[in-house]
Design a protein around this ligand. Structure first.
Ligand SMILES: [Zn+2]
Length: 506
């Protein structure tokens, strides 16, 4: 099967033209870009897509998200990460989500992502109280049917909650402490065995489109042997190792309280940073941490909307760029950002850092944010040889935008309009591996209406469960609120809050 896109406006994100729109034709055969240039002719059997009023760009790589949170969209506000986690990832009284519901949840999340122009998902799937093979298989099955590309974890927490957050035990009632301490956490051996089985079962499924990744939750949430074991296993399978690092001030204080300093230097000291590793968030890093991350070839997924909503702080975009850290962009899950629309994230990344300093030369450029949303994300996902730019030999994962829309009216600089004007409503066609998965803005690989109808039938059951767990976990909230207040008032090595004038905190 072959396709010919004729004379479109094309943003290739290749090393030479970057995000500059050029008029080009693209020929795709067997899922791969076989030619891209100015004066190409179609082959007789090519299916022709006229490109005259269209913009073609690489599909977005959502470098950090959690499909698990799909059912939590629009549920919480004004909670900092540690308190929000107690709701979204209940500490007390949780029970297993059935695989059919996992599949439905994943399908709905994948539909919304594809319609938003996301062709690659880095989906860090956290099941509570723990993930099993049936649940993991349901995620793979859903994405196989949808036709999206994905790295799918494998998320694990293997230290007791109370050892991962500073001061919390002091502030929680004794019976709650006892209950949390009695909760099962998987051993390092159990997780590494699970991961090896998952690699064997799923890695490279769907013609290489679907890959397993290891995902230790965070350095403070896992045993050192698990961190190093996961890092080594990712390298063995040429896969991603995905981990949350220094998302909040509380985590900075956790490093000081429990690891004698920075969590990044702790990871480096035990060999838990590698070129296949992506740190989600990476906000509260020192300059030295940034050098360490860059030297290890480790990537960071920047997730500005989630960071804004949870009040986590503002990542040091320019300092990270200057240090040479590869950056991707992510939405994070639908409980902390309420949407998998990468275009929202792209626009926020382009805007947010302009108010952090007056020197205009330091502000993010459209070229930089589009690179982070495509090729940078692909690099972080260990997929930069495969996707992230439109180049001969790469897989045809791309989005075709209709330019006859208000977002592109009047037509000025299409790269700037993609970042600042477009919200996804101009998306016409989405291809993954050369296969059309979205046409006319609608997903054609699964029945969205049927999936939403199935959800409607089960919504009462889902919300009753969430309400029950929220109520149960209210028991930890006052204690976590006191912990949060104390941690955010503790002096630390850097300040990433905007407008926090308590200079003594640094
Ligand atoms: Zn996350």
């Amino acid at each position: 099967m072959s396709t010919f896109i004729r004379d479109a406006h094309v943003i290739t994100m290749d090393p030479i033209s970057g995000s500059t729109p050029l008029v080009r034709s693209i020929r795709i055969a067997d899922g791969v870009i076989v030619a891209i240039g100015e004066h190409l002719k179609p082959d007789p059997h090519d299916e022709i897509i006229e490109g005259r009023d269209r913009l073609v760009a690489p599909g977005f790589v959502n470098a950090h998200t959690h499909s698990w949170e799909m059912f939590y969209k629009g549920r919480y506000d004004n909670l900092p990460l540690e308190m929000w986690m107690a709701m979204s990832y209940p500490i007390l009284g949780d029970s297993r989500v059935a695989p059919d519901l996992v599949r439905l949840r994943t399908t709905l999340f994948g539909i919304e992502s594809l319609k938003a122009g996301v062709t690659t998902l880095v989906d860090d799937v956290l099941e509570t109280p723990g993930q099993d093979h049936e649940q993991l298989a349901a995620v793979f099955d859903a994405y196989e049917q949808l036709g999206v590309r994905a790295n799918i974890s494998g998320h694990v927490i293997n230290r007791p909650f109370l050892d991962t957050v500073p001061f919390a035990e002091e502030y929680l009632p004794d019976d709650v402490v006892r209950e949390i301490r009695s909760a099962h956490v998987p051993s390092t051996e159990e997780y590494l065995r699970f991961a090896r089985e998952a690699f064997a079962a799923h890695h490279g499924r769907a013609n290489g489109r679907l890959r397993f990744m290891v995902a230790p939750s965070a350095p403070q949430r896992c045993e050192p042997a698990l961190l190093t074991g996961a890092t080594e296993m990712a390298l063995e399978f040429a896969a991603e190792c995905h981990i949350h690092v220094l998302e909040t001030k509380t985590q900075l204080v956790t490093g000081d309280e429990s690891y004698g300093g920075s969590l990044v230097s702790y990871m480096a000291s035990i060999g838990a940073l590698s070129p296949n590793t992506t740190l989600a968030h990476g906000i509260w890093l020192t300059d030295a941490d940034m050098q360490t991350v860059a030297a290890a070839g480790t990537s960071i997924s920047h997730n500005p909307i989630s960071n804004l909503k949870l009040g986590s702080g503002i990542a040091a975009w320019r300092k990270l760029q200057n240090a040479g850290v590869n950056l991707g962009l992510g939405t994070d899950g639908c409980s902390s950002s309420d949407s998998p629309r990468m275009l929202d994230v792209v626009k926020t990344a382009a805007l947010l850092h302009k108010v952090t300093e007056p020197d205009i030369d330091q502000w993010p450029t459209v070229a930089e944010v589009l690179a982070a949303a495509t090729i940078g994300g692909a690099r972080s996902a260990v997929l930069d040889d495969v996707v992230g730019s439109l180049e001969v030999g790469k897989q045809a994962d791309l989005v075709i935008y209709d330019l006859e829309t208000m977002a592109f009216t009047p037509r000025q600089k299409l790269d700037l309009q993609l970042v600042y004007s477009e919200n996804g409503s101009s998306i016409d066609i989405v291809m993954v591996q050369g296969r059309v998965v979205v046409a006319g803005g609608e997903v054609i690989t699964v029945d969205e209406r049927a999936a939403r109808a199935e959800l409607a039938e089960r919504l009462d059951e889902i919300i009753e469960r969430q309400d029950r767990l929220d109520e149960r976990n209210q028991a930890v909230m006052p204690g976590l609120a006191r912990m949060y207040e104390r941690a955010t008032s503790t002096p630390g090595a850097v300040n990433r809050f905007s407008g926090d004038e308590r200079a003594w905190l640094v």
